[in-house]
Design a protein around this ligand. Structure first.
Ligand code: PMV
Length: 309
């Protein structure tokens, strides 16, 4: 039997904009998707992840297409039957890179079961092919975070290797992830932004420039350990995500709630339209306060840290 894992992630700066070549900042989180794969007489997928309501059904066809795409990318006989199990600590919530984490986990497990000896770079490329089934035209930021982990700077390069750099911060910082419980279709969200951008460049071009400025400023504030600044920039990033039409009433509610309980920054994370948001809450006490506020309001929460090993 082959086994593999892939990390979940939060995007701190630049979701959606990264698809169009703007740089972004992403952090893997300490929850992962695990997969086990065994050659079999017929193909079977057992997905035992904890998910938000409707996630499994909404993603089912995309999951099948994703696995087929990865088999093709690995040059594997398409008729080969595999028994695939998916589980792990990362919940199937939209926005946390769950599809990319599962693609990386499955690619690694197939690699081990069939003794393909693929490098991390090759696993990442295979998972990117798998991501196309979920996101249409993905930037590659999710599969890169899922493969390598850590806090990183990412810029898509459509013609060759993406530009990826590790970002170092002085000490790990507490964050809270809140889930709206709503499953979102990343592909439709990405397509919607591309369509609106094309139709209204006068509105969208300056927002894309602002996103680029924010990513650079966010990276340098993280490296300087200036968390107040990071938080203010995350707030600004949430505003431009609202402007490009990817936030939702519940995401805005969670963002506002986090801020009102003392979070120094909060924004939606990932594709939006449901899914998750992230709040910057340095210190255990502040983190606990925001966690309690979310739970009291009836939302699912993940409490973790940026820059943790
Ligand atoms: O919602 P998620 O976890 O699939 O994240 C999508 C991130 C986007 O920037 C919207 C798409 C991408 O490929 O970068």
């Amino acid at each position: 039997m082959g086994k593999g894992s892939g990390y979940g992630k939060v995007i701190l700066f630049g979701e959606h904009f990264v698809v169009h070549g703007v740089p972004g900042v992403v952090s893997a989180i300490d929850s992962s998707t695990d997969a086990e794969v065994k050659k079999s007489t017929n193909t079977n997928i057992r997905d035992e992840r904890k998910t938000s309501k409707g996630y499994g059904e909404e993603k089912r066809l995309q999951q099948i297409e994703s696995i087929e795409r990865m088999l093709v990318a690995m040059h594997i006989e398409p008729k080969l039957s595999l028994d695939i199990w998916i589980g792990g600590s990362l919940p199937g919530f939209s926005g946390l890179g769950a599809s990319a984490a599962s693609s990386v986990a499955i690619a690694r497990a197939i690699n081990e079961e069939l003794e393909l000896k693929l490098s991390n770079e090759e696993i990442n490329a295979v998972a990117y092919e798998g991501e196309k089934a979920y996101a249409g035209n993905p930037s590659g930021i999710d599969n890169t975070a899922a493969t390598y982990g850590g806090l990183m700077w990412f810029k898509k390069n459509p013609t060759s290797q993406d530009f990826v750099e590790k970002i170092c911060i002085k000490q790990p910082v507490e964050i809270v992830i809140g889930s709206t419980g709503k499953t979102a279709n990343t592909k439709l969200m990405v397509e919607g932004v591309a369509k609106r951008k094309k139709a209204d460049p006068k509105k969208y071009d300056p927002l894309f420039e602002q996103a680029e400025t924010l990513a650079f400023a966010g990276r340098s504030a993280l490296e300087m350990g200036d968390m107040e600044k990071v938080g203010a920039l995350m707030n600004e990033n949430h505003s431009i995500l609202q402007e490009i039409g990817v936030s939702s009433e519940e995401l805005d509610f969670l963002v506002e709630t986090a801020r009102s309980y003392g979070a120094i920054g909060a924004k939606l994370t990932g594709g939006g339209g449901g899914g998750c948001m992230v709040a910057l809450t340095p210190g255990k006490e502040l983190q606990d306060k925001v966690v309690t506020a979310f739970k009291t309001a009836g939302y699912e929460v993940l409490a973790t840290k940026l820059g943790a090993k």
